[in-house]
Structure formats: structure tokens, C-alpha cells
Design a protein around this ligand. Sequence first.
Ligand code: FES
Length: 340
Amino acid sequence: MSFQIRLHETDIAFTGESGESVLDAALRAGIELPYSCRKGVCGNCRGHVLEGTLVTGTQGGDPACGVRDAHEHLLCRARPASDLTVQPRHWQRIDPSARKTLQAKVFKITQPAPDVTVLQLRLPAGVRARFKAGQYLQVLLPDGTRRPYSMANAPHDNDNLQLHVRREPGGRFSDGVLPTLQTGDMLSVELPHGDFWLREDSDRPLVMVAGGTGFAPIQSILGHIVRQRITRPVTLYWGGRTPSDLYAPQQVDKWRTALPHLRYEAVISQPPGDDAWTGRTGRTGRLPAAVLTDYPDLSGHEVYACGAPALVAALREACVATAGLPPDRFFSDAFVSQAG
Ligand code: FES
């Protein structure tokens, strides 16, 4: 069975198949809505259903995801039970054919932290990856499953792909495939995906917040900012449990040289018991608290946040509810655990 799904105050309508989420139906029709995890965790896809009904059990969402009222739903979960009129937070047309499956060769494998691997992939001669700074790809595994990883390289550096992979015990890729990979092995990847990318039609100051390997898309965005000579003030917060979780200090040092308008704040929750740690030590609330202390008023800023869902949810709450950041200027990508 299929239903018509209409975008509020537009003449755009598309078909939602039985059992398909509103988000999947929109993407299939070439309409991109905000999304990240596609698992009902991050809240990026929340939108209003103004007319029609949803399949029981697919409505609503956790208030921690930003769902605020009875008509607001997570569109990656919401499945139509009738024709619908929906009002997403925003939307844009995309060309579904712009998404490509590429064969990439493992070029270099490094391990900058005990549980973090940087995987450098090289594309075939003449092939270029097209993506926006901050987007992600999906690694296509032989058993048909997929694993999402952000591109850490900037879009101009597009004959290769750099992925930052945190090992998850039991993770099909990070704990199963990755330890067996060797230089020269091939991986299938599909890109681009995701709504987390730098909006360049603004000159507002930027606050960027990365938790752990949430640094990867931020690295892509900052590489793009350097390349494009964007002069917006940037404050980068990078948080982890220990200093070794902040695994790319040389990269940060390069940006500090290249970007005089960059301020960097390292935030850890378990500082070592010596004088070697010169960054900000963790405190209650950790990254959100550090941001709020420095920026009690974010009404004139944009915030880009990437990390675990709990971190992203706490940052959204802190920035929007406490510091007055307009909700549509909070951009996020939540890394959902992919164990199994
Ligand atoms: S909650 Fe729907 S994309 Fe994350």
C-alpha cells in the first residue's frame, strides 16, 4: 500500500510505500530532509505532521531529541498510515544520481590512539569524490550491511577518503573487518550522505564541538575553511576522556597557524595527575558546560556539533534553551553505536 506525502505550503508530493519512513520516502524522491543517525536517536529529522495519521508506535520521539509537541515526530521513524502533509524543519531538492558507489583502495592505516584508527583510502585514477565538508559515506559490507563514517578530508582533497574509526567491541566493521584490512585491500563506499555540512551563506561566528572521533567531519569543515580563506571567527572545542582521545594535535597546530581567527579549547574529563595537561580540565557537564561558560549568549552564532547522541542532545539543550541559539542554527551529526 502506498500514500501521498505532501510538503506543507509547497506543490511537492511524493509516494511513501507501506513500511517506509517519511524520511526514506523523501530521499528516494530526491527531497533531502535534515537527518543524521536514521535510528531515532539524534533528533535531526524531527518535523511536524499537520494532516494524516502515522502507524502506531512510529509517532513522537524523546524530548531529549528536541521533540517538543504532539504533532512533532522523528521522520526517520514515522511511517504513514494515511496520506500526510508534513512540515520538515527544512528541505532541499537533491539529485539522487549524485550519490555514487565507489571502489576505494586501502592506502594507509594508522592508529593515533589505542581505540582510534585512521583509514586512508585512495580512489581509482581519475575518480573524484563529490561531497560537502562534514558529510559522511557508508562502507558497504559483503553481508549487505552498511556502516557510516564521516569524511575527514576536505572536499577539494577528493582523490582520496580519510575515515576516523573508533573501535567498538563487537562492531561488524570496526572490530570485525578493520583489524583484517591491509594496504591494497578494496572497500566499497557510497557517498555522499547527510545534512551536516558547512553553511557558507553566513558570516556568523562559528562554535564547533567535537566529541572523540566526531573530530572527523569537523576536520573536513576546517580544512575547507582554510582552503576557501573563510574568515569567520571559529572556536573549536574537542572533548574526550583523556588527552590521548584528542588524537590529532599536529592537525590542530596547523590550523592555529593557518587560521588566526581560530580559538581552540581542549576539554577532557579525566585529566592526568601531572602538569603536562595544559587544556581545560573537565567539569560537570563537560563540553556543554565549557561552551556555556565561554558563550553564555549564542544568539548571534552558529554551532556545529558532532559526537555521541547524549553529547549532541546535551549541547542542543545548552545552546538553544540556555544560551539563546536559534534552533535552526544548531547543526549536528550524532554517531550512533553500530555494535553488531
Ligand atoms: S533521529 Fe531521525 S535521523 Fe536521527
